[in-house]
Design a protein around this ligand. Structure first.
Ligand SMILES: NC(=O)c1ccc[n+]([C@@H]2O[C@H](COP(=O)([O-])OP(=O)(O)OC[C@H]3O[C@@H](n4cnc5c(N)ncnc54)[C@H](OP(=O)(O)O)[C@@H]3O)[C@@H](O)[C@H]2O)c1
Length: 347
């Protein structure tokens, strides 16, 4: 880093997550001397907030960066993340493309920051549903060892991208005005006033969606325990933003709800909202715009002496994507893990 800071690329800068990344880099005063937004050819030349102008990806335009934050889908990451890394940048990637690669650390800032130290140029940001869940599970796992999880998600449409948010709002508007809806495009079925047991997509021959597989595989990788048994059902609900999850946590050693509440209240990045008698529990609309993970409805599973039930909610675009990516950039800076191609280019 030069005395003026790092040179940063944001790839997917016109999208929901990319827009938020730009905002968070500014809000959190990340030490950047230059931020360059990239998007598809469709957006090249577009002016973004703060006067930044969108660039296209090319061998020339990607040179001289210290850090590249990617949120432009798996195929763009597959093609361009290794090129940015080869040109000297540390890549922090939001897509699923690199998450399960053995040489790529999959990191949540509060859970396994030490995994960053072994990075070889690309660092993966987990899937949004996994991210918020492991923040809440980590202190329980450290205390009592997690044996099995049974998870049901209630995932917002913003997790699918901007087009899906528009589709929900258009459908709701049409139905409230007693008009026919357009044929669904973002999802297999109407999402307005509905619940779809189909978040993500089904690979041929698989009876789980890729979203469910991500939740299972990424949770084991981040918590460093391949033996955790996990059952997951991912459901898309007509919520604009904020994922909710009902999680049944079976531990190896006994853990009371009161002790779990204390551990969660003391853990970084978590807020406990748990007073059901006052109708106090986490809600997607309250979590939206917040960086913390919210946990409530903490109670004993009456069907198992070593199991608890939790309700976990977070802003999927913030902690589930952009906030964690910027927190990882802060950690690679603090831990001295930036190679400094931008600095070298600027020197
Ligand atoms: N939404 C979430 O909750 C969430 C959570 C975790 C991870 N993610 C991941 O983050 C990524 C973006 O999600 P999003 O919700 O922000 O999607 P989005 O709103 O649809 O934005 C997609 C972004 O990618 C850019 N892009 C598309 N094709 C490109 C190409 N060929 N080359 C360069 N840029 C390209 C788009 O540019 P144009 O504007 O020019 O099309 C736009 O900036 C995805 O990989 C997603 O899986 C999302």
């Amino acid at each position: 880093m030069t005395s003026q800071g790092y040179r940063i690329a944001v790839v997917g800068a016109t999208g929901q997550v990319g827009t938020l990344m730009l905002k968070l880099l500014r809000e959190r005063a990340f030490p950047a001397r230059e931020i360059v937004p990239f998007a598809s050819e469709r957006s090249v030349g577009r002016e973004l907030e703060g006067g930044l102008r969108v660039q296209g990806l090319s061998e020339e335009s990607i040179q001289g960066f210290d850090i590249a934050l990617f949120s432009a889908g798996g195929s763009t990451s597959g093609e361009w993340a290794p090129r940015f890394a080869a040109a000297g940048a540390v890549v922090i990637d939001n897509s699923s493309r690199w998450r399960m690669s053995e040489e790529v650390p999959l990191v949540v800032s509060e859970v396994n920051p030490e995994a960053l130290d072994s990075h070889q140029g690309i660092i993966a940001n987990p899937n949004c549903s996994t991210m918020q869940m492991v923040v809440a599970l980590k202190p329980l796992h450290d205390e009592a060892g997690i044996e099995r999880l049974v998870i049901s998600t209630y995932q917002a449409v913003s997790g699918t991208g901007k087009a899906a948010v528009d589709e929900l709002l258009d459908q709701a508007h049409a139905l409230l005005h007693e008009r026919e809806i357009e044929p669904p495009d973002a999802y297999a079925h109407q999402i307005a006033f509905n619940a779809l047991p189909h978040a993500g997509s089904f690979a041929p021959g698989d009876d789980h969606t890729d979203e469910e597989r991500k939740l299972i595989n990424e949770t084991r990788k981040i918590l460093g325990d391949p033996d955790i048994a996990i059952s997951a059902t991912c459901v898309r609900v007509p919520v604009v933003n904020g994922h909710s999850e009902a999680v049944n946590v079976q531990t190896r050693r006994e853990l009371t709800p009161q002790r779990a509440r204390e551990l969660l209240a003391a853990a970084p990045g978590i807020r406990v909202l748990d007073d059901p008698s006052a109708s106090l529990y986490p809600l997607a609309i309250d979590a939206t715009g917040e960086d913390d993970v919210f946990v409530g409805r903490i109670r004993r599973d009456p069907g198992h002496e070593r199991a608890l039930d939790l309700w976990i909610v977070a802003d999927n675009l913030r902690k589930g994507a952009a906030t964690n990516a910027v927190q990882l950039a802060e950690l690679v800076h603090e831990r001295g893990l930036v190679h400094g191609s931008g600095a070298a280019a600027a020197a």
